[in-house]
Design a binder for this molecule. Sequence first.
Ligand SMILES: NC(=O)c1ccc[n+]([C@@H]2O[C@H](COP(=O)([O-])OP(=O)(O)OC[C@H]3O[C@@H](n4cnc5c(N)ncnc54)[C@H](O)[C@@H]3O)[C@@H](O)[C@H]2O)c1
Length: 349
Amino acid sequence: MSARFRVALSGDFRKADGSPVYPDFDLEPLRQAQGVEFAFLDNANPLRAEQLADFDALILLAHRFAAESIHPNGRLAVVARFGVGYDTVDVEACTKAGIALVITPDGVRRPVAVSIITLLLALTGKLMVKDRLTREGPLGFARRGDHMGVGLIGRTFASIGIGNIGAELFRLLKPFDMKLIAHDPYADQGLAADLGVELVNLEDVFRRGDVVSVSCPLNSETRHLVNAERLALMKPTAYLINTARGPIVDQKALTAVLQQGRIAGAGLDVLEQEPPDPNDPILKLDNVIFAPHALCWTDQCFAGNGAADVRAVLDVQHGREPRLVVNKAVLATSAWKNRMAEYRKRFGE
Ligand SMILES: NC(=O)c1ccc[n+]([C@@H]2O[C@H](COP(=O)([O-])OP(=O)(O)OC[C@H]3O[C@@H](n4cnc5c(N)ncnc54)[C@H](O)[C@@H]3O)[C@@H](O)[C@H]2O)c1
């Protein structure tokens, strides 16, 4: 085994010309760290085991980390996702192989919550249509009365999920004087009460929400959770916002209700297929505001994710348990404990 603690970064952190995709991801702390060296992988999706044979840690952007990405030599100790969604990672395979999966909720919490507020205000304030009217000059001004916005006081904001992002969103919504409701089968009831959020069943989210926003993970339980039947419960004046993952919403069903004007509109940072087919009928609708899975992308978001991943990787180098491990069961395995003891011996605590 190399004397150094070797960190791989997935190839999608670099552009074709080798420059960084996210210059705000500061690699200096890795460069400066004693006993550490890092390298970018070639692009491969999913990542291949042989690419990772000589690494202790992986910082992973969007490429998939599957069972076949795990090298049998057992060297890789940690996969640090750059973000919080981990539907691209085979978590069970990681646990079986004694690999910890960590995520970066501190980096995305505020930026994604702000992107939901951005969509809320743009939709209810009719920002996009008013922008278009203004560009038309006198003809547009003459039609401005046809596009009344929706005031928020006393209206109901409904979230599917009150986790890291959902809770932050409710914190930021406080001064808007909206009614706050959420559905989350695993909610922290005390947290919801502290935030003034009423926990309700799933159907009530759709029935009662003037704005329904999705902030839960994508998994087998939540795929197409927003389906035709539930969309049919929404008020004709209500808006749907999805900044979580595209496949949580049945996009064909959503397109149909939007085409028929059965809800007022939608704000979508994520789509079922990314990037979308330019001929996808949803892209033709003017009651939808889109972003290319990038509305939360800010300098602070990337700096925060990068700093959290580097911290997690350096924790592992020194045999310390990283914060924010997804597959906590791994921490009790002898494979993990032996590795941590070995790292402490080599690099000090
Ligand atoms: N658009 C983006 O760029 C972007 C960025 C970051 C995160 N995300 C997405 O946002 C999602 C939420 O992130 P987070 O950090 O808040 O995660 P989190 O795990 O902290 O919170 C998710 C919440 O959803 C709840 N939940 C699980 N199953 C549910 C169900 N069936 N119905 C309702 N709620 C359910 C969980 O109990 C949890 O409270 C992520 O999984 C990710 O997919 C998107």
